[in-house]
Write a new protein. Sequence first.
Length: 104
Amino acid sequence: MITITKKAQEQVKAYFEGKDLQPVRIFVNQGCGGAQLAMALDTAKETDTVVTCDGIDYIMETSLLKEARPVEVDFAGTGFALKSSLELGGGCSSCGSGGSCCDS
C-alpha cells in the first residue's frame, strides 16, 4: 500500500503545472546520509506496482513495496518525507552519521 497525503499530492500537482505528467518512482537511494526512500520521475516497468492518485501515477518496484509497506509520502514544509516499515539509515563515518558508505 502506498499512501499519498493531501499536502504531498498538492506539491506534486504544483510541480507538474504546465508540464507533461510523468510517473513518480519511489525507490531506495544510497547516499552519504545512508539509505533512504526517495522520489524521481521515471517510467513504469513490468516489475512495478502503479498507484494512481488524482491522475498522477506513483510507481515502485513490487518486490521493494512488499518489503516496505505501508509506504507514506508526505510533505513536511521543506520537502517530501517518505516513511515505510524498512529500517534504513547508516551513512559515512566522515560526516558524523555512522556507517561506512565512503568505503568501496
